[in-house]
Ligand binder design. Structure first.
Ligand code: ATP
Length: 362
């Protein structure tokens, strides 16, 4: 059973008199103001909940506070203010011993640079977390071998890390995290050092594993495309603050401000949007009465385009109970793809006639 993670008004300030700095931040002060005094507000008032089995992605540019936030979630850094609740337990109130216990049994980290021991075999590396827990050799080797197989590394147990490619080494890192049966996986830029194709493979692997294992995952990245592929929910950080939390669709279709919107420019919208985000919910009520093919709210954008090409009118969207919940006119599909949700401008020419050829260029 996976666990629930909750961050409540977390602050981390580095430098002199951090508590005083939190007070100033409370009163609306910002990072720049504090920096002038030689104080860094790394994380400012971060609150969120990660439900059991969810992948929560924290996305932001370098220096936005992602790693500091993550280190507070596993108790490696003590918050200047605020609380971290894990399985209902306040991590900030635990003794060092209790915290070490929680960290070794319930929380696993996967780092960007695989952090493998060069003089241990792949199997010994995957079993490392269990060794720290004091699990007997035979059991830990069995569990590590299972985790390696889950990560596609069956047969590589006796190899050495330097015999493996970067992608395979990261699979060992993932296997090590999975072998311990920890409910909470904290992944810090775990795929950022990999080539684009291998990175995509690892994302696919994580998505597949997560369908089965349903861990509670916090994944840090600076890449919005990666965030959107992996995240059930995404928090966007800027200058220490979370500026938006939402699904990939929320971020894409309803960015909280221009800063978030500026990230979405490079996102392949057709991979993120579903019928639910695109559909018009202003209904007559009889749009699905004709017996033509329909879509579901979770139909992908690409599927929706294909259906739209096959039916002569708007696509009706029906929920699981076959209730009509929206319609998608073709115009709307094209508009969403081009991030243009206004109405077409009027044209004086007779329908379907090209009146004159407009020359462009010099
Ligand atoms: N131990 C520390 N002492 C002082 N300042 C720190 C410390 N750790 C982090 N910072 C500062 O806090 C801010 C947030 O850093 P953090 O590493 O959390 O950001 P990040 O988003 O993870 O960046 P990156 O992607 O580059 O790792 C930065 O300005 C950084 O310089």
């Amino acid at each position: 059973m996976s666990s629930r993670l909750q961050a409540e008004h977390l602050y981390k300030v580095f430098g002199r008199r951090p508590e005083k700095a939190v007070e100033r931040l409370h009163k609306g002060g910002d990072r720049e103001e504090l920096r002038a005094d030689g104080t860094t507000a790394a994380v400012i008032d971060a609150s969120f909940t990660v439900e059991p089995g969810q992948t929560f992605v924290v996305m932001g540019l370098s220096g936005s506070g992602k790693s500091t936030l993550l280190r507070m979630l596993n108790g490696l850094l003590e918050p200047t203010a605020g609380q971290v609740l894990f399985d209902g337990q306040d991590l900030t109130a635990l003794s060092d011993r209790e915290l070490r216990e929680v960290r070794s049994k319930k929380i696993s980290m996967v780092f960007q640079h695989f952090a493998l021991f060069p003089h241990r075999s792949v199997l010994e590396n995957a079993a490392y977390g269990l060794e720290v827990q004091g699990v007997p050799r035979a059991e830990r080797e069995m569990r590590a071998a299972d985790a390696l197989a889950m990560c596609g590394l069956g047969g590589w147990e006796k190899s050495w890390p330097d015999e493996l490619s970067g992608g395979m080494q990261q699979r060992v890192g993932l296997a090590r995290a999975l072998a311990t049966d920890a409910d909470l996986l904290l992944m810090d830029e775990s795929f950022s050092a990999l080539d684009p194709l291998i990175r995509r493979d690892m994302q696919d692997q994580l998505i597949e594993l997560q369908k089965k294992l349903k861990k509670t995952i916090v994944f840090i990245t600076h890449d919005l495309n990666e965030a959107m592929r992996l995240g059930d929910r995404i928090a966007v950080m800027r200058d220490g603050r979370i500026v938006q939390i939402g699904t990939a669709e929320d971020i894409l279709v309803r960015p909280a401000n221009d800063y978030v919107a500026s990230f979405t420019k490079d996102v392949d919208r057709s991979r993120v949007l579903t019928a639910e985000a695109v559909m018009d919910t202003n209904l007559r009520g009889d749009e699905a009465d004709c017996g033509c093919e329909t879509a579901r709210p979770d139909s992908s954008f690409v599927d929706l385009c294909a259906i739209s090409a096959r039916v002569p009118h708007s696509v009706a969207v029906l929920d699981k109970k076959q209730k009509l919940v929206g319609v998608v006119p073709r115009q709307r599909l094209i508009g969403f793809l081009g991030d243009e949700q206004g109405e077409p401008r009027p044209c004086d020419a007779p329908r379907d006639k090209v009146v004159k050829v407009v020359k462009t260029g010099a």
